[in-house]
Design a binder for this molecule. Structure first.
Ligand code: PMV
Length: 306
C-alpha cells in the first residue's frame, strides 16, 4: 500500500499560516491507499463506512469533492483514469494529526503508481496532494502535507523546502485525543478574524511563537528535552491567547504535567482534537499515557527524532 504519515506540530501552529516557521514531526501512524482499475470509479474507506462512486457522489461531501478534484488532475488524452481507490486510515480524523493530508498523500502515491506517472520527490507529492487538502482546509499552510510526504522532524515555512532537524536524542511523546472534533478551517478562520480586528496583537503573538520555534530547534539539536518541555508550555499559553484551546485540552495538558510530562500543548488547529506531552523517557511516557487514558478518548506513545 502507498503511504502518507500523520504528524504532530511541536511548536508554531497557526503562525505558520502567516508565513512564520513551525516545527513538526511525522509519526509512525498514517494512512494507506491502493488504486486498482475499475469501471466503477470511486473511493472506499471501509473503516469509516464510506463508499463513493463518481460522478454520482462527487459533490456531496468533502471526501467526494477532494477525490474528484485529485482524480481530475490525472486526466489525460483518454480522460479521467478509471480507478477505484481503497483507503485505510490509522489516524483519528479531525483531531490535529494531519489525517486528511496523510490521506491526500497516500492517494497521490497510489494514483501515481496505478497511472504509471513518473516518480515524484516528496516535495512534489506534497504539492500535488494540496489539490486534495485545499478542499478540507481552505487555506492550508502545507505543513501537514509536507510532513505526510516526508519523515522525521523538521522546520516548515510556507512555500519553502522542509529543513530537517538533527535531534540529539529520541523524543518520547504522548498523544492524547480529547475526543472533541476539531475543524481546522474554522479555527484558522477564527484566528484570521482576530488578525483583522487587531493585527498588532496577533503579529506580536506570532513573533513570540517564532522565538519559541528558534529555541525549540536548538533544544532538539542539543538534546535539551527539559528546555523543550518549557517551550511547549509557553506555546500552549500563546495558543490559549488565540482562543484555540479548550477546557478539555487544558485539563489534559495539566494531567500530563502532573504525571511527569516535561511540557504539554495542543497540537494542530485546536478547538478540540489532540494534545501532545513530552516525556523524559519511555517509562515516563507510559505513566503519562496511563494518566491521560483516564480522561482522554485515546492516548498513545510515539517516538520521534534520533
Ligand atoms: O489541525 P491540523 O492538523 O490540520 O493543523 C493545522 C495547523 C494550522 O497551522 C492550524 C493550519 C495550517 O494550515 O498550517
Amino acid at each position: 500500500m502507498s503511504e502518507g504519515r500523520g504528524k504532530i506540530i511541536v511548536v508554531g501552529e497557526h503562525g505558520v499560516v502567516y508565513g512564520r516557521p513551525a516545527i513538526a514531526a511525522s509519526i509512525a501512524r498514517g494512512v494507506g491507499a491502493r488504486a486498482r482499475p475499475s469501471e466503477d470509479v470511486g473511493l472506499d474507506v471501509e473503516r469509516w463506512g464510506v463508499h463513493l462512486s463518481l460522478p454520482r457522489d462527487a459533490a456531496d461531501s468533502d471526501l467526494g469533492r477532494a477525490f474528484a478534484a485529485l482524480l481530475e488532475s490525472y486526466a489525460g488524452q483518454s480522460g479521467t483514469p478509471r480507478l477505484r481507490v481503497e483507503v485505510r486510515p490509522d489516524l483519528p480524523p479531525g483531531a490535529g494529526l494531519g489525517c486528511s493530508a496523510a490521506m491526500g498523500v497516500a492517494i497521490v502515491r497510489a494514483l501515481d503508481e496505478a497511472t504509471g506517472s513518473p516518480p515524484r520527490s516528496s516535495e512534489e507529492v506534497a504539492e500535488r496532494s494540496l489539490i486534495w487538502e485545499r478542499v478540507f482546509h481552505g487555506n492550508p499552510s502545507g505543513i501537514d502535507s509536507a510532513m505526510a510526504a516526508g519523515a522525521g522532524i523538521a522546520i516548515f515555512e510556507k512555500g519553502k523546502a522542509l529543513i530537517p532537524i538533527r535531534a540529539r536524542r529520541p523524543l518520547y511523546w504522548v498523544i492524547g485525543d480529547s475526543g472533541e472534533a476539531s475543524a481546522t478551517r474554522l479555527m484558522v478562520e477564527e484566528v484570521a478574524r482576530q488578525h483583522v480586528r487587531d493585527p498588532a496583537r496577533i503579529e506580536k503573538t506570532f513573533d513570540a511563537m517564532e522565538a519559541l520555534v528558534r529555541n525549540a530547534r536548538l533544544a532538539i539539536e542539543q538534546g535539551d528535552t527539559k528546555g523543550l518541555g518549557q517551550l511547549l508550555d509557553m506555546n500552549q499559553l500563546l495558543l490559549g491567547g488565540l482562543m484555540v484551546s479548550t477546557q478539555r485540552l487544558e485539563e489534559m495538558c495539566d494531567a500530563a504535567r502532573r504525571a511527569g510530562a516535561l511540557g504539554a500543548k495542543l497540537t494542530g488547529a485546536g478547538g478540540g482534537g489532540c494534545m501532545i506531552a513530552l516525556a523524559k523517557d519511555p517509562e515516563d511516557a507510559a505513566r503519562i499515557r496511563d494518566a491521560l487514558g483516564l480522561i482522554a478518548k485515546d492516548a498513545f506513545v510515539v517516538d520521534t527524532g534520533a
